[in-house]
Design a binder for this molecule. Structure first.
Ligand SMILES: C[S@@+](CC[C@H](N)C(=O)[O-])C[C@H]1O[C@@H](n2cnc3c(N)ncnc32)[C@H](O)[C@@H]1O
Length: 277
């Protein structure tokens, strides 16, 4: 009997689980060794303790381009151009490196600039040219800088817009306090629900990225609803953890899609972009 016939014969016996055990052990060991090696390298090379940064895998970046293309109804070639635009913005990269090196909390930040899914936020702003973007949750200000860069490019093409960035922490947003990015950013310190209630201009693009509890995420979408401009787009950074935006989309008669990012060479499984439009 040849090896294949023998394997098939064993698979039909009560010995099958025992015979398969070495192969199963090798598969899980290969996977776990890779995770352990990546985690150990990260522990000694990175300083980040939350809001991790990383690049996307090539495949994940391809999928992100198609995701933005479908949501914004623009050709995928145009989206790829926008992704390349933010990635090759050397002025922004240099600014983030230098501001990080000078920051009081530099012991908890990496100098190397990696935008992860934020390049998708950039492409959405470039494709839809919003007049008013609101981001809740700022942290160092990486996302604010990315969004502000997109607004500055839109302005060069005759479509100006502003970003209102909301955070409860008065130290948040240090990356977004320098020109030219700061010229289009209004940084508001306070609880996001109160800050949303105080917004006095219609919102074209809203991004939830603050307190990621289910209850707070839901409260933000409810609070911003009466502030939205016709055709506004809602984004969440919490889509891999909750179904809040999908439920909000269903209640308000919108469509919903989710993109799940895959980090390259990082132990963190990644976040994503949820969109309702
Ligand atoms: C995940 S970070 C934001 C990341 C940022 N958008 C970026 O692109 O890197 C979450 C931020 O939400 C802020 N935050 C937490 N609860 C908040 C609340 N109730 N109102 C406003 N900001 C809040 C935190 O201070 C923290 O800076």
């Amino acid at each position: 009997m040849d090896a294949t016939k023998l394997r098939r014969a064993i698979a039909r016996t009560r010995l099958a689980p025992v015979a398969a055990f070495p192969k199963r052990l090798a598969s899980v060991a290969r996977h776990d060794t890779k995770v352990l090696r990546t985690s150990a390298r990260w522990l000694v090379t990175s300083r980040e303790h939350h809001n991790y940064t990383y690049d996307l895998t090539t495949l994940s970046r391809h999928h992100l381009a198609w995701f933005v293309s479908v949501v914004c109804d623009v050709p995928v070639t145009q989206v790829r151009g926008h992704l390349a635009e933010i990635e090759s913005d050397d002025g922004l990269r240099r600014h983030i490196e230098q501001a990080t090196a000078r920051a009081a909390r530099r012991g908890l930040a990496d100098r190397r600039v990696r935008y992860a899914r934020r390049i998708g936020w950039y492409a959405i702003v470039r494709a839809t040219r919003p007049t008013h973007v609101v981001e809740t949750g700022v942290d160092k200000g990486l996302g604010s800088c990315v969004l502000a860069s997109a607004l500055l490019r839109n302005a060069e093409e005759g479509h100006p817009g502003r970003l209102t960035s909301l955070d409860i922490n008065p130290e948040a947003g240090y990356l977004a306090r320098s020109a030219p990015w700061s010229e289009v950013v209004d940084l508001v310190i306070g609880d996001s629900i109160a800050s949303i209630a105080a917004l006095d201009r219609p919102v074209d693009l809203f991004l939830h990225d603050s307190d990621h509890s289910r209850a707070h995420e839901k409260r933000e979408f409810e609070a911003v609803e009466p502030k939205l401009a016709p055709g506004a787009i809602l984004l969440t950074d919490n889509v891999t953890a909750t179904n809040v935006l999908a439920e909000h989309a269903e209640r308000t008669g919108r469509r919903f899609l989710a993109y799940r990012e895959t980090p390259a060479n990082h132990w963190y499984p990644g976040d994503g972009i949820g969109v309702a439009w």
